[in-house]
Design a protein around this ligand. Structure first.
Ligand SMILES: [Mg+2]
Length: 277
């Protein structure tokens, strides 16, 4: 099917879906609702390149290592951060180094990302920084509309759950997630977006078209398609110096997104369509 735009919008419909039945919506956080961690790749990539240079005897150039890191970081985005760190450990081992525990790399990454994120968080907490520019445009209004329609909303993120809860509350969106806020755990096997999605389906005995997944990562879009839920891909713009995710829209479509939006500025039209209003 050729893509079709909803009337007078940039909302792309890629697949015929059965609309009018949605009762539960699962949202991704970073890049879908929050921009607080925007630019995280600018921290993760150099850290990993540095680890590969200092913890192995590799003769690969800076550029080669950077290309390697960019590829796997990009590929694993959307899963919990620990998976990117597990890959780093593996790459260090492949090059004859003795890697630390992946969790140690993750802690180091969080430590380096903190100043960037902290500045935004501190500004938000102090009220010197407005929340609006740190939210994906009109995401708050989209959540408000869902609340008015008594649709249950959930947040599921690959970022550590304590960060997600704090950042969601600073952005003024936490209260909209009546279904709960979920995120990465130190015992990483106890959480995945797929697990949350499966639990909602089981708890409420949902049929496919009663569940909607909204996210900017292909992980959650694939999760949605695995269970036959409706998937809205958010091709939001990211700030990173490696041109990562430049083909975000195409990747979301490949992952199986039924609908593509760039943010929620046309959220009203999207809701009219999804709920047959
Ligand atoms: Mg995301």
């Amino acid at each position: 099917m050729q893509n079709v735009f909803l009337d007078n919008t940039a909302v792309e419909i890629h697949r015929e879906i059965q609309t009018g039945n949605i009762r539960h919506v699962v949202f991704d956080f970073d890049g879908t609702i929050s921009l607080i961690r925007d630019g995280w790749q600018n921290v993760m990539v150099p850290m990993m390149v540095e680890c590969l240079q200092t913890e192995t005897d590799t003769t690969e150039s800076q550029e080669q290592l950077e290309a390697l890191v960019v590829e796997f970081v990009d590929r694993l985005t959307g899963k919990q951060t620990i998976y990117q760190m597990m890959q780093l450990s593996e790459e260090i081992e492949k090059r004859g180094g003795t890697p630390k525990e992946p969790l140690a790399y993750k802690d180091e990454y969080n430590r380096r990302l903190l100043p960037v994120v902290e500045e935004r968080i501190a500004g938000l907490a102090a009220g010197t920084l407005p929340a609006d520019p740190l939210r994906v445009p009109m995401s708050l209004e989209f959540l408000q509309s869902l609340r008015e329609m008594e649709i249950h909303c959930y947040l599921a993120s690959g970022t550590d759950v304590e960060f997600v809860k704090n950042e969601a509350s600073l952005l003024g969106v936490a209260d909209y997630f009546d279904g709960g806020i979920y995120g990465a755990l130190r015992e990483y096997k106890k959480f995945s977006k797929a697990m949350i999605i499966q639990k909602i389906i089981t708890d409420f005995q949902l049929s496919r078209n009663e569940l909607l997944i909204v996210g900017d990562g292909y992980v959650e879009i694939e999760n949605a398609k695995t269970v036959g839920a409706i998937a809205v891909g958010v091709a939001s713009v990211e700030d990173n110096m490696y041109n990562m995710n430049a083909d975000k829209r195409e990747r979301l479509i490949r992952a199986g997104a039924d609908i593509i939006i760039f943010d929620f500025r046309e959220g009203k039209q999207l809701l009219d369509y999804l709920f047959n209003l």
